[in-house]
Ligand binder design. Structure first.
Ligand code: SF4
Ligand code: SF4
Length: 334
């Protein structure tokens, strides 16, 4: 039998027992990244799984919110999740179940979370939580979700609505309260609730009030973060202000020469499209590295395009436009 190792998640503090085979794969993956192996034996241990690539809000810096043409809007089916688990269930340790939209717009969200949880995989979801119909706090707790990140960039409705266009502050508050009450009623520590505050010039003054609001609601953490969008767009909307200056906890500067995504992680869209990471390369299907509904994952992982993208970090000039993303990428190593 596979021995179990106790693993403590650094964000939530929750402990989880990991089979030795997963630990071994993750260590090999890090080793192969360090050696720049272009055809790694290890599989990714982190997954970004996009449950829905559309949204009811219209945030100004978000391509989905601004209806920029990309992948056809849709949800990930349970059968696609089963295919992912069949291919990657023995190596995944950690999944984030969102990317380019609002994951609660997927009607099978609770079953999908439960599928990953039942395989011992840590689950996290980022949501605007501004909805009524799709939401059932009890079902969410029972799904086993580990970490819920709620995007809410203000402590008052008027400031909140400056960025979360179309969102309803009171509704988000109500849903947050329901989750925290249901956790107590069901005596569950899960999900760890993070209230996320993207810091902009228009909401800087509400940081302290936001921290107090999070404490009063009983959230586990208030998280202040610089917006993660193309600098050119931020410069146009907020001329002269660097997002790094706005955040009290800016993202650390990249320290590695290569990019961990190409060895340790994978992003999979609702239509089965496989991308090396969750950044712009995964927004349009034209840049997909493969499709998990049409190919085995190993075939995609060792495909010429994946190898060409990894070779960028050996100094090779890419020919394929998809690998050029990695050559020009501002996030490499991030
Ligand atoms: S809530 Fe999220 S997915 Fe929806 S428009 Fe805003 S940033 Fe985009
Ligand atoms: S280098 Fe950039 S585009 Fe390429 S996988 Fe890494 S983060 Fe994604």
């Amino acid at each position: 039998m596979d021995p179990l190792y106790l693993w403590r998640d650094p964000q939530t503090g929750f402990r989880r027992k990991l089979p030795y085979s997963k630990v071994k794969n993750a260590l090999l993956s890090k080793y192969e990244q360090g050696r720049n192996r272009i055809a790694p034996k290890a599989f990714p241990f982190v997954g970004i799984i996009d449950l829905a690539n559309f949204c009811q809000l219209s945030c100004p810096l978000c391509p989905t919110g601004q209806k920029v043409e990309g992948r056809k809007p849709g949800v990930m089916k349970l059968s696609t999740v089963d295919r992912i688990l069949e291919q990657l269930g023995n190596t995944l340790i950690d999944v984030e179940l969102d990317n380019w939209g609002e994951p609660f717009l997927n009607p099978e969200i609770y079953q999908i979370i439960a599928r990953f949880s039942s395989r011992g995989i840590k689950t996290a979801i980022s949501s605007n939580l501004s909805f009524e119909k799709q939401f059932n706090a009890g079902d969410l707790i029972k799904s086993g979700l580990d970490h819920l990140i709620v995007s809410l960039d203000g402590a008052t409705p008027s400031v909140y609505q400056k960025y979360r266009k179309g969102g309803n502050f009171e509704l988000v508050m109500d849903n947050l309260k329901k989750i925290i009450e249901s956790k107590k009623a069901l005596k569950s520590r899960r999900p760890f609730v993070t209230m996320k505050f993207l810091v902009f010039p228009h909401n800087l003054h509400e940081r302290e009030a936001f921290q107090k609001l999070a404490d009063a609601l009983g959230a586990d953490r208030a998280w202040f973060k610089a917006p993660y969008f193309p600098q050119a767009l931020i410069d146009r909307l907020y001329p002269g202000i660097s997002p790094q200056k706005l955040s009290p906890s800016p993202s650390p500067a990249p320290t590695r020469k290569n990019c961990h995504w190409l060895w340790n992680s994978v992003a999979i869209s609702g239509d089965g499209g496989v991308s090396p990471c969750c950044f712009g390369i995964s927004y349009h299907p034209r840049f997909d590295f493969g499709n998990i509904l049409e190919q085995g994952f190993r075939e995609i992982w060792l495909s010429p395009i994946y190898q060409e993208a990894r070779s960028v970090f050996l100094g090779k000039k890419p020919k394929d436009e998809r690998a050029r993303f990695c050559e020009l990428c501002p996030h490499r190593g991030g």
